[in-house]
Design a protein around this ligand. Structure first.
Ligand code: FMN
Length: 387
């Protein structure tokens, strides 16, 4: 079956962005995903790896916010993704910010959103996930706080306790720019206190999935170092880097860049990859990282992996390119890994940071064939130079 997304996109583009997204979720729920996935192939063994005792058949996941209320996790996985992260789910149902709150920047393949955690709430999501037929693939649950809750840790602890039995992994999301005060939880002391209370809550649950934290791309050098050190000292299982940015490109022609909210898509790529790279170094590669932000092709996915990501996630590019992107990225990654002589994806994680001790050269090591001159290694080096 050919990929019909270009046609579907024309129809979806007739609707306001939020309604278009709801229509796309409805189509997935009606099992129409096969119309937009294109030809599917079994995942190459080179892409498979185990992390936290979970088997990821490929590293390509759908980021949080796409399926906030866990309506279609299985249907998303059936499009070829190795994982999907549902949520952000808040304890109580809430409507989020007033519309309009989602803006599509067509020329720039970008999105600005200030959704503010609209959520069906834990009861609904718990019911959906507990009644779900377990399919292949990994389902993570991303947890947030209600806007009005003063003691944030109470909400996160509640989310972790309730979702632990239904999630392959849990994420505490402290990085959305659209809930007032949320990003302050990323500072050293509040973060330490939050993680310790959430870990206590997790140990009360009868199953204890890995616990990850999702951070913002707009952190100073000191803030980044603090987060890395807290993650190491608390024993957090993983870090997702990054959420949307509140920054804007310096030169823009599109007036929509003036909308308040978090920007996602290509502009986020460099910033989020630099942060990923920094955190990988600061944590000495000891904590698995998930790279997200501006990925729209296999080369960008590979650059994140080389910078330190064990897994990657996508959101915005799916809106513009459709679900068949999973297959395209997997097939491109398979070729890129093989061309660089890797036997398994896990060998490529963070390879841009490894130097050959014998030659002390600045070239990335262990590739059996030299990285292509115009390939991701070169591209990544230029990103490092730029910052
Ligand atoms: C419309 C929209 C809603 C989002 N909602 C959430 C959310 O609820 N929780 C979360 O952790 N991230 C959320 N995100 C952020 C994404 O998960 C991702 O971190 C970010 O968009 C960067 O990736 P991308 O450039 O591939 O989109 C949202 C992003 C978009 C575009």
């Amino acid at each position: 079956m050919p990929d019909l997304y270009p046609l579907a996109r024309k129809l979806l583009w007739q609707l306001p962005p939020e309604r278009a997204h709801k229509a796309a979720l409805r189509a997935l729920r009606l099992r129409l995903g096969f119309l937009v996935t294109g030809p599917q192939h079994a995942d190459s063994p080179i892409l498979g790896q185990s992390l936290w005792g979970l088997r990821f058949s490929n590293p390509v996941g759908v980021a949080a916010g796409f399926d906030k209320d866990a309506l279609v996790p299985n249907e998303i996985l059936n499009c070829g993704f190795g994982a999907v992260e549902v949520g952000t789910v808040t304890p109580q149902p809430q409507r989020g910010n007033d519309p309009p709150r989602l803006f599509r920047l067509d020329q720039e393949n970008s999105i600005i959103n200030r959704m503010g955690f609209p959520s069906a709430g834990l009861n609904v999501v718990e019911k959906r996930l507990s009644g779900r037929r377990r399919a292949r693939g990994i389902v993570g649950v991303n947890i947030g706080k209600n806007r009005e809750t003063a003691d944030a840790a109470l909400d996160y602890a509640e989310g972790v306790r309730r979702m632990a039995p239904h999630a392959d992994y849990l994420v505490i999301n402290i990085s959305s720019p659209n809930t007032p005060g949320l990003r302050d939880l990323q500072r050293r002391e509040p973060l330490e206190a939050l993680i310790s209370r959430v870990m206590d809550a997790r140990s009360d649950a009868r199953v204890t999935p890995p616990l990850l934290v999702k951070i913002a791309p707009d952190l100073s050098t000191d803030e980044t170092a603090d987060i890395a050190s807290v993650c190491l000292s608390t024993g957090i299982d993983g870090i997702i880097i990054a959420n949307t940015t509140i920054s804007r490109p310096s030169e823009t022609t599109n007036a929509l860049f003036g909308q308040a909210g978090g920007l996602s898509g290509p502009y986020l790529f460099e910033r989020s990859t630099k942060l990923l790279s920094d955190v990988y170094v600061l944590t000495s590669g000891r904590i698995p990282l998930i790279g997200v932000g501006g990925i729209s092709n296999a080369e960008e996915a590979y650059a994140k992996i080389r910078a330190g990501a064990s897994l990657i996630q996508i959101y915005t590019a799916l809106i513009f390119a459709g679900m068949s992107l999973a297959e395209r990225i997997k097939s491109g990654l398979t070729k890129l890994l093989a061309a660089d002589g890797f036997v398994n994806i896990s060998d490529a994680v963070g390879v841009d940071h490894r130097r050959d001790p014998r030659t002390a050269s600045s070239k990335p090591v262990q590739t059996r064939t030299p990285p292509r001159r115009d390939g991701p290694a070169t591209q990544y080096a230029s990103l490092q130079d730029g910052d």
